[in-house]
Design a protein around this ligand. Structure first.
Ligand code: BTN
Length: 246
């Protein structure tokens, strides 16, 4: 077992990712160190966004990894493996779970979990990776104006025991990280694609040139999203270059 070898539980922190970064800077935390918190004063979402979570209601976690077997060009494998671990947890409870590129977890058209991966590169490989996960578990009202939040309680109709969900996720993350360590990247890529929201279907999107109809073909090894248009042209998008019209 790598992930969960050490678990640091906090009541209140600024952000579990920020705390993980401080630990990496100031000490030598063992690989697989997990930091959890009941509440974050400044929970961070994707750059420019915050992460809303009522005290004690949701899963807030960061994991410290040293993926020295991963080349910088392949770093999206960390997103794939963390997304799949959270997807495994949700899809055991509902058939409607999907991974929305690059690493949101959706149930139907609503977002149940967000992931913030912060990698550092050391020469030819990754030096460290902080994988931050926010999973909405028992919160039922969201006030921050996020477009489409949903929680496990809203999806299943029951309250969930946070400690059990946390233990299950640590175990799933450990299994999925084992695939990275063993070099099972092709399988991770296939499973990620099978779970991918809107893959192989025609839907509406917009980019800097306006709205269009497109079909997600695949996510490239470097994490770019390949989308085909009705006229047969395909284009690769980086994060934030394309908006999904829901
Ligand atoms: C997103 O915007 O989708 C990413 C959200 C990531 C939130 C998690 S909660 C635990 C960890 N600590 C943070 O400050 N952010 C991540």
């Amino acid at each position: 077992m790598i992930i969960g070898s050490r678990i640091l539980q906090h009541e209140k922190v600024s952000s579990t990712n920020t705390l993980a970064a401080a630990l990496l800077r100031d000490s030598d935390p063992p690989e697989g160190t997990v930091i959890t918190a009941s509440y974050q004063e400044t929970g961070r979402g994707q750059p420019g966004n915050s992460w809303e979570s009522e005290p004690g209601k949701n899963l807030l976690m960061s994991v410290i990894l040293y993926p020295v077997m991963v080349r910088p060009a392949d770093q999206f494998i960390i997103s794939r493996m963390v997304s799949l671990a959270v997807y495994d947890l949700i899809s055991a409870r509902t058939r409607a779970a999907r991974i929305k590129w690059p690493n949101d977890i959706y149930v139907g058209n609503d977002k149940i979990a967000g992931i913030l991966i912060e990698n550092s590169i050391m020469g030819q490989t990754l030096g460290s990776s902080i994988a931050g996960i926010g999973l909405n578990v028992n919160q039922t009202e969201f006030k921050s104006g996020a477009p489409n939040p949903v929680s496990l309680k809203q999806v299943t109709g029951t309250t969930h025991y946070l400690r059990a969900i946390t233990e299950e996720l640590i175990s799933l993350l450990d299994q999925r990280y084992g695939m990275v360590v063993r070099g099972d990247g092709v399988l991770l890529e296939r499973e990620y694609h099978e779970a991918l929201y809107r893959a192989g279907e025609w839907h509406h999107y917009s980019d800097s040139n306006g709205e269009f109809e497109g079909m997600i073909e695949r996510v490239m090894p470097d994490g770019m999203l390949l989308v085909r248009r009705r006229d047969g042209r395909s284009r690769e998008y980086a994060f934030r270059e394309i908006d999904y019209i829901l």
